[in-house]
Design a protein around this ligand. Structure first.
Ligand code: HEM
Length: 520
């Protein structure tokens, strides 16, 4: 007994002393970088700020206090010097995604552990996937689905028109009667839209007014799940666990009973159902959905992907295609409602474009070149980037010089988009929501702004869905702004951020009324 207690005591002592020993030994020369609290010594500082769903906020504060280079984990250095963007993310940097991304892998319902385009760390595997997926998201493919998305927008406007006439249902969690959670409705829209665009079949969430999705296990059992909280729980849990990247597998094994741990598998079951449904139904009539685009090339040659890969990449289309876009649209709507001057100016641009006998939903052709609309979208993604945190990359063999600082190989490095977007030397008065800055800037200033605007990241791992993201925002935001007035619960309401993987807005309760008489 005594021997056991001594062994346990010894193990605890080693567990406590090891990080201190590593810290002072400083083999990678990281002690020269300042660190907030115990971040240089232990991963607990990161774990706590992730647990609070506020990683970027605390990393940003650490930079404000300690300067442009900060050690935010024992093996992770964060940079807010803009020179670090190409040094870390460009093609030439030679950096790959680090082991943080392993948290998004694991066996699927058939026991296969296939990496997706977003989390593979293998250069060749990534290049192959990027090639067959990029045609699915090319601007031409996106524009092709405009009539399909149009019908989904009309469904949403039909529902909102009903709210304006009869009042919305009584939501028990609404802070005031007659208010609706705009962010939730936008998220129902993004699911239905990606269902149509990617698989030729909507999720049917707008019709239900709810996010209850069908899921299918590997052995064919079907069940229902609320997909929005499922995805949110899963990404919150995965990112928290990734704090201890080398221990991800063990941590997941010992936390099997937590909802967040199980949520990833449930989300995969929803994707499995969607893919199986698409395979049963065959291709949709009249247009090429993204599924067909990535299964075959332009000459109709089959890519011959195996089911695990089809499932993984479909999962990414559903996950990446929803949460970021809904976040961006929730944010821009909130910022427009908060800034009536900007809203009025945007309407001046939109009103003449919608014909008097139009159906109320903008077509892509009508909005694609509207400059003020684009400036509003960019300004919102600058102020509230949907992916705010620094995306970690691993310094390759031989080390690297980042923004003038030598960093040893194997160290994780990152640049948080939020901090770059709020650097006053790049974006004057950075906390102001002023879309005009994108139209007024000229010459060198314009170049600086464009180079340091990184909501979609840059380089080989930059967002592949950027065209789709702008397309959805342009048509939906234009339609909502043109057709409705929105009122916040109180004019001074500030929309909180809940940072899981993406920096999601909290609930956005608004009162919706029609701008024009009901016939338009
Ligand atoms: C406003 C909306 C969006 C934002 C802000 C956004 C942002 C980003 C960012 C920052 C990355 C880099 C992630 C990393 O390095 O870990 C990324 C990658 C990616 N995004 Fe998006 N995204 C958006 C919409 C979409 C959409 C609509 C899709 C497609 C359905 C999509 C698909 C992807 C994919 C597949 C990757 C991985 C690319 C690769 O590793 O080669 N995204 N996105």
């Amino acid at each position: 007994m005594l021997l056991l207690a001594s062994l346990a005591g010894f193990a605890i002592l080693v567990g406590l002393l090891r990080p201190i020993f590593i810290y002072f030994k400083d083999e990678k020369g990281l002690r020269k970088f300042p660190a907030p609290s115990i971040a240089g010594l232990s991963n607990w500082w990161m774990a706590v700020i992730q647990f609070r769903a506020a990683r970027t906020k605390y990393v940003h504060k650490a930079h404000e206090k300690l300067g442009p280079v900060v050690r935010i984990q024992p093996n992770h250095v964060s940079f807010t010097d803009p020179r670090a963007i190409p040094d870390i993310y460009s093609f030439q940097s030679g950096m790959m995604k680090d082991d943080f991304y392993e948290t998004f892998s694991g066996p699927d319902q058939f026991g296969v552990n296939e990496h997706s385009i977003t989390n593979t760390r293998d250069r060749l595997v990534h290049a192959r996937k990027r090639k067959f997926l990029s045609s699915a998201f090319a601007l031409k493919s996106v524009v092709n689905v405009d009539p399909i998305v149009h019908t989904v927008i009309l469904k949403l406007t039909g529902i909102f028109d009903g709210f304006c006439t009869y009042g919305p249902p009584q939501y028990p969690d609404a802070p005031k009667p007659g208010f609706v959670n705009l962010y939730k409705w936008i998220n129902l829209f993004t699911y239905d839209a990606i269902g149509e665009m990617a698989f030729g079949q909507s999720f049917g969430f707008l019709d239900m007014g709810d996010d209850l999705a069908t899921a299918e296990t590997g052995d064919g059992k079907q069940y229902k799940t609320h997909i929005i909280p499922t995805f949110q729980n899963s990404s919150y849990f995965d990112v928290l666990v990734a704090t201890w990247a080398p221990l991800i597998d063990q941590l997941k094994r010992f936390t099997w009973f937590l909802d967040g741990n199980r949520a990833g598998a449930v989300f995969m079951d929803v994707c499995n159902y969607k893919v199986r449904e698409r395979m049963r139904n065959g291709k949709p009539e009249g247009f090429r959905d993204f599924f067909e685009n990535f299964m075959t090339d332009k000459q109709q040659g089959e890519h011959n992907l195996d089911y695990s890969e089809i499932l993984r990449e479909s999962n990414i289309m559903i996950a990446a295609g929803n949460d970021t876009s809904a976040t961006a649209m929730g944010n821009v709507m909130f910022l427009l409602i908060k800034h009536p001057r900007v809203m009025a100016k945007l309407r001046e641009e939109l009103d003449p474009v919608m014909p008097a006998d139009g159906d109320g939903a903008f077509a892509y052709e009508q909005v694609k070149d509207l400059k003020y609309l684009k400036a509003c979208l960019d300004e919102a993604m600058r102020r509230r980037p949907p992916v705010s945190m620094g995306l970690p990359r691993e310094v390759p063999k031989g080390g690297a010089t980042i923004a003038g600082h030598y960093v040893a190989e194997g160290v994780s490095v990152s640049v948080p988009a939020y901090s770059i977007h709020h650097d006053a030397s790049l974006f004057p008065e950075p906390y102001e929501f002023r879309p005009e800055r994108w139209l007024e800037a000229e010459g060198e200033q314009k170049k600086v702004m464009q180079q340091n605007f990184i909501p979609f990241s840059v380089g080989p791992r930059a967002c592949i869905g950027r065209n789709l993201a702008y397309f959805e925002q342009q048509i939906l935001v234009a339609t909502l702004v043109h057709r409705y007035n929105f009122e916040l619960v109180t004019p001074d309401y500030e929309l909180p951020v809940i940072e899981r993987l993406n920096a999601n807005p909290d609930q956005l309760w608004v009162k919706v009324t029609r701008r024009f008489p009901m016939q338009a």
